[in-house]
Design a protein around this ligand. Sequence first.
Ligand SMILES: [Zn+2]
Length: 425
Amino acid sequence: MEHANGNTLSKETATECLAALRTFQDQYVGTESQVQALSTLANWLQRLERGSHTDDEEPLDENSRQYLQSYHDQFTRISLFEVVGGSRERWRNPALAAELEKVDDWDAFDVFKVASLTGDRPLEPVTLAVLQHFDLVDKLRLPDKKLRNYLRGVEDAYLKNPYHNSTHAADVVQGLACLFSNNDFTSQLTDLEMLSMILACVIHDVGHPGVTNEYLINTHADSALLYNDQSVNENGHASVGLQLLRKSSNNFIEGLSEEQYRFVRRTIIGIVLATDMVGHAKLVKDTAANIRQLGADLQSWPEEKKQSALQMIVHCCDIGNPAKPLEYSLQWTNRIMAENFAQGDRERREELPVSPLCDQDRVDVPKSQLTFLEYVVRPCFEALRSIAPVTAALALRNIEAGCRHWQAQPRRSPSTPIFPLDDLR
Ligand SMILES: [Zn+2]
Protein backbone atom coordinates (compact mmCIF):
# COMPACT_ATOMS: atom_id res chain seq x y z
CA MET A 1 0.00 0.00 0.00
CA GLU A 2 1.39 3.35 -1.02
CA HIS A 3 1.46 6.12 1.53
CA ALA A 4 0.85 9.57 0.10
CA ASN A 5 4.53 10.33 0.32
CA GLY A 6 5.37 7.21 -1.65
CA ASN A 7 6.43 4.95 1.23
CA THR A 8 4.80 1.62 1.91
CA LEU A 9 2.43 1.91 4.82
CA SER A 10 2.47 -1.15 7.06
CA LYS A 11 -0.41 -2.26 9.23
CA GLU A 12 1.53 -1.19 12.34
CA THR A 13 2.20 2.23 10.88
CA ALA A 14 -1.48 2.52 9.99
CA THR A 15 -2.36 1.83 13.63
CA GLU A 16 0.07 4.46 14.82
CA CYS A 17 -1.04 6.94 12.19
CA LEU A 18 -4.66 6.37 13.08
CA ALA A 19 -3.99 7.04 16.77
CA ALA A 20 -2.15 10.23 15.83
CA LEU A 21 -4.94 11.23 13.49
CA ARG A 22 -7.58 10.67 16.19
CA THR A 23 -5.69 13.01 18.52
CA PHE A 24 -5.37 15.50 15.71
CA GLN A 25 -9.11 15.26 14.94
CA ASP A 26 -9.91 15.95 18.60
CA GLN A 27 -7.97 19.17 18.53
CA TYR A 28 -8.61 20.28 14.99
CA VAL A 29 -10.73 23.27 14.20
CA GLY A 30 -11.24 23.57 10.47
CA THR A 31 -13.72 23.92 7.65
CA GLU A 32 -16.38 21.31 6.99
CA SER A 33 -14.59 19.94 3.94
CA GLN A 34 -11.32 19.65 5.87
CA VAL A 35 -13.06 17.82 8.69
CA GLN A 36 -14.69 15.55 6.07
CA ALA A 37 -11.30 14.84 4.47
CA LEU A 38 -9.88 13.89 7.85
CA SER A 39 -12.75 11.54 8.44
CA THR A 40 -12.26 9.87 5.00
CA LEU A 41 -8.62 9.45 5.86
CA ALA A 42 -9.44 7.90 9.24
CA ASN A 43 -11.80 5.41 7.57
CA TRP A 44 -9.11 4.47 5.06
CA LEU A 45 -6.52 3.93 7.79
CA GLN A 46 -9.02 1.89 9.79
CA ARG A 47 -9.70 -0.41 6.83
CA LEU A 48 -5.98 -0.81 6.29
CA GLU A 49 -5.45 -1.57 9.97
CA ARG A 50 -8.18 -4.23 9.90
CA GLY A 51 -6.71 -5.73 6.76
CA SER A 52 -10.01 -5.27 4.93
CA HIS A 53 -8.28 -3.38 2.18
CA THR A 54 -7.82 -4.90 -1.26
CA ASP A 55 -4.72 -4.09 -3.24
CA ASP A 56 -6.59 -2.96 -6.32
CA GLU A 57 -8.86 -0.65 -4.39
CA GLU A 58 -8.24 3.06 -4.83
CA PRO A 59 -8.07 3.87 -1.14
CA LEU A 60 -8.13 7.63 -1.12
CA ASP A 61 -9.78 10.25 -3.23
CA GLU A 62 -7.43 12.89 -4.57
CA ASN A 63 -8.62 15.49 -2.09
CA SER A 64 -7.82 13.30 0.92
CA ARG A 65 -4.56 12.24 -0.62
CA GLN A 66 -3.49 15.86 -0.99
CA TYR A 67 -4.71 16.56 2.49
CA LEU A 68 -2.60 13.76 3.91
CA GLN A 69 0.37 15.11 2.03
CA SER A 70 -0.06 18.65 3.30
CA TYR A 71 -0.61 17.53 6.86
CA HIS A 72 1.95 14.76 6.76
CA ASP A 73 4.38 16.56 9.03
CA GLN A 74 1.64 17.32 11.51
CA PHE A 75 0.66 13.66 11.76
CA THR A 76 4.29 12.73 12.13
CA ARG A 77 4.73 15.32 14.79
CA ILE A 78 1.69 14.33 16.77
CA SER A 79 2.73 10.70 16.67
CA LEU A 80 5.92 11.75 18.42
CA PHE A 81 3.99 12.72 21.52
CA GLU A 82 1.78 10.80 23.81
CA VAL A 83 -0.29 12.41 26.50
CA VAL A 84 -0.07 10.40 29.67
CA GLY A 85 -2.30 12.54 31.81
CA GLY A 86 -2.56 16.17 32.76
CA SER A 87 0.13 18.35 31.35
CA ARG A 88 2.81 15.68 31.49
CA GLU A 89 4.04 14.24 28.28
CA ARG A 90 6.07 11.27 27.42
CA TRP A 91 8.05 11.61 24.24
CA ARG A 92 7.50 8.49 22.23
CA ASN A 93 10.54 8.93 20.11
CA PRO A 94 13.44 7.90 22.40
CA ALA A 95 15.98 10.06 20.55
CA LEU A 96 13.73 13.10 20.92
CA ALA A 97 13.06 12.30 24.58
CA ALA A 98 16.80 11.99 25.23
CA GLU A 99 17.57 15.33 23.58
CA LEU A 100 14.76 17.12 25.43
CA GLU A 101 16.14 15.81 28.73
CA LYS A 102 19.06 18.19 28.08
CA VAL A 103 16.87 21.19 27.36
CA ASP A 104 18.58 23.39 29.98
CA ASP A 105 22.12 22.41 29.00
CA TRP A 106 23.88 25.22 27.08
CA ASP A 107 26.60 23.06 25.56
CA ALA A 108 25.01 19.63 25.13
CA PHE A 109 21.59 20.35 23.65
CA ASP A 110 21.35 19.98 19.87
CA VAL A 111 18.43 21.96 18.46
CA PHE A 112 19.26 20.83 14.93
CA LYS A 113 18.78 17.24 16.01
CA VAL A 114 15.37 18.08 17.47
CA ALA A 115 14.51 19.87 14.21
CA SER A 116 15.46 16.83 12.16
CA LEU A 117 13.53 14.46 14.47
CA THR A 118 10.36 16.55 14.22
CA GLY A 119 10.28 17.36 10.51
CA ASP A 120 11.65 20.88 11.11
CA ARG A 121 9.14 21.62 13.82
CA PRO A 122 11.20 21.85 17.00
CA LEU A 123 9.49 24.90 18.53
CA GLU A 124 6.48 23.10 20.00
CA PRO A 125 8.36 20.24 21.71
CA VAL A 126 11.20 22.47 22.96
CA THR A 127 8.78 25.02 24.41
CA LEU A 128 6.63 22.33 26.04
CA ALA A 129 9.76 20.73 27.49
CA VAL A 130 10.92 24.07 28.93
CA LEU A 131 7.50 24.93 30.37
CA GLN A 132 7.35 21.48 31.96
CA HIS A 133 10.93 21.62 33.19
CA PHE A 134 10.11 24.72 35.24
CA ASP A 135 6.69 23.35 36.19
CA LEU A 136 4.89 26.35 34.72
CA VAL A 137 2.07 24.39 33.06
CA ASP A 138 0.92 23.06 36.43
CA LYS A 139 1.70 26.16 38.48
CA LEU A 140 -0.19 28.48 36.15
CA ARG A 141 -2.81 25.83 35.30
CA LEU A 142 -2.32 26.26 31.57
CA PRO A 143 -4.80 24.18 29.55
CA ASP A 144 -2.77 21.63 27.65
CA LYS A 145 -4.70 21.44 24.38
CA LYS A 146 -4.97 25.17 23.91
CA LEU A 147 -1.30 25.59 24.74
CA ARG A 148 -0.34 23.08 22.06
CA ASN A 149 -2.75 24.60 19.55
CA TYR A 150 -1.17 27.96 20.15
CA LEU A 151 2.41 26.73 19.84
CA ARG A 152 1.48 24.83 16.68
CA GLY A 153 -0.16 27.95 15.25
CA VAL A 154 2.94 30.04 15.98
CA GLU A 155 5.23 27.43 14.46
CA ASP A 156 3.01 27.34 11.35
CA ALA A 157 3.37 31.11 11.06
CA TYR A 158 7.19 30.97 10.96
CA LEU A 159 8.44 31.04 7.38
CA LYS A 160 11.02 28.59 6.05
CA ASN A 161 13.87 31.11 5.98
CA PRO A 162 17.44 29.82 6.21
CA TYR A 163 17.91 31.56 9.60
CA HIS A 164 14.78 33.30 10.87
CA ASN A 165 12.68 30.15 11.21
CA SER A 166 11.15 28.11 14.02
CA THR A 167 14.45 26.32 14.72
CA HIS A 168 16.01 29.69 15.62
CA ALA A 169 13.00 30.42 17.85
CA ALA A 170 13.40 27.03 19.55
CA ASP A 171 17.10 27.76 20.05
CA VAL A 172 16.26 31.07 21.74
CA VAL A 173 13.70 29.38 24.03
CA GLN A 174 16.31 26.76 24.93
CA GLY A 175 18.97 29.40 25.64
CA LEU A 176 16.56 31.06 28.05
CA ALA A 177 16.01 27.73 29.84
CA CYS A 178 19.79 27.53 30.36
CA LEU A 179 19.87 30.99 31.93
CA PHE A 180 16.89 30.10 34.15
CA SER A 181 18.78 27.03 35.35
CA ASN A 182 21.45 29.08 37.10
CA ASN A 183 21.33 28.84 40.87
CA ASP A 184 18.80 31.19 42.39
CA PHE A 185 17.90 32.85 39.14
CA THR A 186 14.31 31.65 38.88
CA SER A 187 13.71 32.58 42.53
CA GLN A 188 14.19 36.20 41.43
CA LEU A 189 11.42 35.89 38.86
CA THR A 190 7.68 35.40 39.19
CA ASP A 191 5.94 32.59 37.29
CA LEU A 192 4.26 35.19 35.10
CA GLU A 193 7.59 36.83 34.28
CA MET A 194 9.03 33.45 33.32
CA LEU A 195 6.01 32.62 31.17
CA SER A 196 6.15 36.03 29.47
CA MET A 197 9.86 35.63 28.72
CA ILE A 198 9.37 32.14 27.27
CA LEU A 199 6.45 33.29 25.12
CA ALA A 200 8.41 36.31 23.95
CA CYS A 201 11.18 33.94 22.79
CA VAL A 202 8.58 31.74 21.06
CA ILE A 203 7.08 34.58 19.00
CA HIS A 204 10.05 36.91 18.73
CA ASP A 205 10.65 36.33 14.97
CA VAL A 206 7.29 34.88 13.90
CA GLY A 207 6.39 35.75 10.32
CA HIS A 208 9.91 37.12 9.68
CA PRO A 209 10.11 37.78 5.93
CA GLY A 210 13.85 36.96 5.73
CA VAL A 211 14.86 40.55 5.04
CA THR A 212 15.98 43.37 7.32
CA ASN A 213 14.02 46.38 8.54
CA GLU A 214 16.16 48.57 6.28
CA TYR A 215 15.11 46.56 3.23
CA LEU A 216 11.43 46.83 4.19
CA ILE A 217 11.79 50.58 4.68
CA ASN A 218 13.78 51.08 1.46
CA THR A 219 11.24 49.14 -0.60
CA HIS A 220 8.24 50.88 1.00
CA ALA A 221 6.86 47.52 2.14
CA ASP A 222 3.33 47.47 3.56
CA SER A 223 4.72 46.56 6.99
CA ALA A 224 7.03 49.61 6.95
CA LEU A 225 4.05 51.81 6.15
CA LEU A 226 1.98 50.11 8.87
CA TYR A 227 4.64 50.58 11.56
CA ASN A 228 5.98 53.97 10.41
CA ASP A 229 9.47 52.57 9.77
CA GLN A 230 9.87 51.82 13.51
CA SER A 231 11.18 48.30 14.36
CA VAL A 232 9.12 47.07 11.43
CA ASN A 233 9.87 43.36 11.75
CA GLU A 234 9.73 43.33 15.55
CA ASN A 235 6.38 45.14 15.64
CA GLY A 236 5.08 42.55 13.18
CA HIS A 237 6.33 39.60 15.26
CA ALA A 238 4.73 40.90 18.47
CA SER A 239 1.48 41.66 16.71
CA VAL A 240 1.20 38.31 14.88
CA GLY A 241 2.25 36.31 17.95
CA LEU A 242 -0.26 38.00 20.23
CA GLN A 243 -3.07 37.96 17.69
CA LEU A 244 -2.77 34.17 17.47
CA LEU A 245 -3.71 34.07 21.16
CA ARG A 246 -7.07 35.65 20.44
CA LYS A 247 -8.41 32.56 18.71
CA SER A 248 -10.44 30.82 21.38
CA SER A 249 -8.96 27.37 20.64
CA ASN A 250 -5.45 28.87 21.15
CA ASN A 251 -6.07 31.10 24.15
CA PHE A 252 -4.34 29.13 26.85
CA ILE A 253 -3.96 32.18 29.11
CA GLU A 254 -7.65 33.05 29.23
CA GLY A 255 -7.70 31.92 32.88
CA LEU A 256 -5.43 34.81 33.89
CA SER A 257 -6.99 37.87 35.52
CA GLU A 258 -7.25 41.05 33.44
CA GLU A 259 -4.34 42.50 35.41
CA GLN A 260 -2.18 39.42 34.83
CA TYR A 261 -3.08 39.37 31.12
CA ARG A 262 -2.09 43.02 30.77
CA PHE A 263 1.22 42.32 32.52
CA VAL A 264 1.99 39.36 30.22
CA ARG A 265 1.08 41.34 27.12
CA ARG A 266 3.10 44.41 28.17
CA THR A 267 6.13 42.30 29.06
CA ILE A 268 6.05 40.29 25.83
CA ILE A 269 5.70 43.40 23.66
CA GLY A 270 8.59 45.10 25.50
CA ILE A 271 10.84 42.07 25.10
CA VAL A 272 10.05 41.45 21.41
CA LEU A 273 10.55 45.11 20.47
CA ALA A 274 13.87 45.09 22.36
CA THR A 275 15.17 42.35 20.05
CA ASP A 276 15.66 45.09 17.43
CA MET A 277 19.44 45.55 17.24
CA VAL A 278 19.04 49.35 17.19
CA GLY A 279 18.45 49.20 20.96
CA HIS A 280 21.38 46.85 21.65
CA ALA A 281 24.04 49.29 22.90
CA LYS A 282 21.65 51.10 25.26
CA LEU A 283 20.29 47.83 26.65
CA VAL A 284 23.78 46.49 27.45
CA LYS A 285 24.90 49.78 28.95
CA ASP A 286 21.74 50.19 31.06
CA THR A 287 21.95 46.62 32.37
CA ALA A 288 25.58 47.01 33.42
CA ALA A 289 24.78 50.33 35.13
CA ASN A 290 21.72 48.87 36.90
CA ILE A 291 23.71 45.89 38.18
CA ARG A 292 26.39 48.24 39.52
CA GLN A 293 23.79 50.41 41.20
CA LEU A 294 21.23 47.84 42.41
CA GLY A 295 23.16 44.59 42.72
CA ALA A 296 22.52 41.36 40.86
CA ASP A 297 19.33 40.27 42.64
CA LEU A 298 16.54 41.31 40.28
CA GLN A 299 13.90 40.95 43.00
CA SER A 300 14.89 44.28 44.50
CA TRP A 301 14.86 46.15 41.20
CA PRO A 302 12.06 48.64 40.50
CA GLU A 303 9.51 47.42 37.94
CA GLU A 304 10.76 49.45 34.97
CA LYS A 305 14.38 48.38 35.46
CA LYS A 306 13.40 44.77 35.97
CA GLN A 307 11.49 44.84 32.69
CA SER A 308 14.63 46.16 31.01
CA ALA A 309 16.63 43.26 32.54
CA LEU A 310 14.11 40.73 31.16
CA GLN A 311 14.53 42.34 27.75
CA MET A 312 18.31 42.13 28.01
CA ILE A 313 18.20 38.45 29.00
CA VAL A 314 16.07 37.47 26.00
CA HIS A 315 18.17 39.68 23.71
CA CYS A 316 21.25 37.70 24.85
CA CYS A 317 19.48 34.44 23.97
CA ASP A 318 18.46 35.88 20.59
CA ILE A 319 22.01 36.79 19.58
CA GLY A 320 23.53 33.96 21.65
CA ASN A 321 24.02 31.29 18.99
CA PRO A 322 27.62 32.35 18.25
CA ALA A 323 28.23 31.63 21.95
CA LYS A 324 27.12 28.01 21.57
CA PRO A 325 29.69 25.27 20.91
CA LEU A 326 31.44 25.66 17.57
CA GLU A 327 29.72 22.69 15.92
CA TYR A 328 26.40 24.51 16.34
CA SER A 329 27.52 28.11 16.00
CA LEU A 330 29.05 27.46 12.57
CA GLN A 331 25.74 26.08 11.32
CA TRP A 332 24.05 29.28 12.47
CA THR A 333 26.67 31.37 10.68
CA ASN A 334 26.00 29.48 7.44
CA ARG A 335 22.30 30.08 7.85
CA ILE A 336 22.46 33.81 8.56
CA MET A 337 24.89 34.32 5.69
CA ALA A 338 22.59 32.40 3.34
CA GLU A 339 19.69 34.64 4.35
CA ASN A 340 21.76 37.82 4.07
CA PHE A 341 23.12 36.86 0.66
CA ALA A 342 19.62 36.04 -0.59
CA GLN A 343 18.62 39.58 0.42
CA GLY A 344 21.71 40.95 -1.37
CA ASP A 345 20.76 39.09 -4.56
CA ARG A 346 17.26 40.47 -4.29
CA GLU A 347 18.57 44.00 -3.82
CA ARG A 348 20.79 43.58 -6.89
CA ARG A 349 17.86 42.30 -8.96
CA GLU A 350 15.73 45.21 -7.81
CA GLU A 351 18.53 47.68 -8.56
CA LEU A 352 18.75 48.80 -4.94
CA PRO A 353 22.04 49.47 -3.13
CA VAL A 354 23.25 46.12 -1.74
CA SER A 355 23.32 46.17 2.09
CA PRO A 356 26.85 45.85 3.49
CA LEU A 357 26.51 42.40 5.11
CA CYS A 358 24.44 41.04 2.23
CA ASP A 359 26.92 41.35 -0.63
CA GLN A 360 28.35 37.89 -1.22
CA ASP A 361 31.06 39.33 -3.46
CA ARG A 362 32.40 41.55 -0.70
CA VAL A 363 31.58 40.22 2.77
CA ASP A 364 34.59 39.05 4.73
CA VAL A 365 32.83 36.40 6.82
CA PRO A 366 35.67 35.76 9.34
CA LYS A 367 36.07 39.48 9.92
CA SER A 368 32.34 40.11 10.33
CA GLN A 369 32.01 37.16 12.72
CA LEU A 370 34.97 38.32 14.80
CA THR A 371 33.54 41.82 15.04
CA PHE A 372 30.13 40.45 16.03
CA LEU A 373 31.62 38.12 18.65
CA GLU A 374 33.96 40.66 20.20
CA TYR A 375 31.87 43.81 20.11
CA VAL A 376 28.29 42.54 20.29
CA VAL A 377 27.99 39.06 21.79
CA ARG A 378 30.80 39.14 24.34
CA PRO A 379 29.66 42.36 26.09
CA CYS A 380 26.15 40.86 26.39
CA PHE A 381 27.33 37.78 28.25
CA GLU A 382 29.82 39.76 30.32
CA ALA A 383 26.88 41.86 31.50
CA LEU A 384 25.03 38.66 32.44
CA ARG A 385 27.93 37.26 34.46
CA SER A 386 26.57 38.29 37.83
CA ILE A 387 22.96 37.31 37.01
CA ALA A 388 23.56 33.89 35.43
CA PRO A 389 27.19 33.05 36.18
CA VAL A 390 27.27 29.39 35.12
CA THR A 391 25.74 29.88 31.69
CA ALA A 392 27.60 33.15 31.10
CA ALA A 393 30.91 31.36 31.80
CA LEU A 394 30.08 28.60 29.28
CA ALA A 395 29.06 31.19 26.71
CA LEU A 396 32.20 33.28 27.23
CA ARG A 397 34.38 30.19 26.87
CA ASN A 398 32.64 29.31 23.59
CA ILE A 399 33.05 32.90 22.40
CA GLU A 400 36.81 32.55 22.95
CA ALA A 401 36.79 29.33 20.91
CA GLY A 402 34.76 31.06 18.20
CA CYS A 403 37.23 33.96 18.06
CA ARG A 404 40.14 31.52 17.74
CA HIS A 405 38.34 29.70 14.94
CA TRP A 406 37.61 32.83 12.92
CA GLN A 407 41.07 34.29 13.52
CA ALA A 408 42.56 31.14 11.99
CA GLN A 409 40.46 31.43 8.81
CA PRO A 410 42.02 33.05 5.74
CA ARG A 411 40.87 36.61 5.31
CA ARG A 412 39.06 37.49 2.18
CA SER A 413 40.59 39.34 -0.70
CA PRO A 414 38.30 40.35 -3.55
CA SER A 415 39.75 37.72 -5.92
CA THR A 416 39.63 34.71 -3.59
CA PRO A 417 36.22 33.67 -2.37
CA ILE A 418 36.74 31.99 1.00
CA PHE A 419 33.24 31.10 1.92
CA PRO A 420 31.72 27.87 0.64
CA LEU A 421 28.92 29.67 -1.11
CA ASP A 422 27.59 26.54 -2.76
CA ASP A 423 26.88 25.08 0.66
CA LEU A 424 24.70 28.04 1.50
CA ARG A 425 22.22 27.66 -1.30
ZN1 LIG B 1 15.82 36.18 16.55
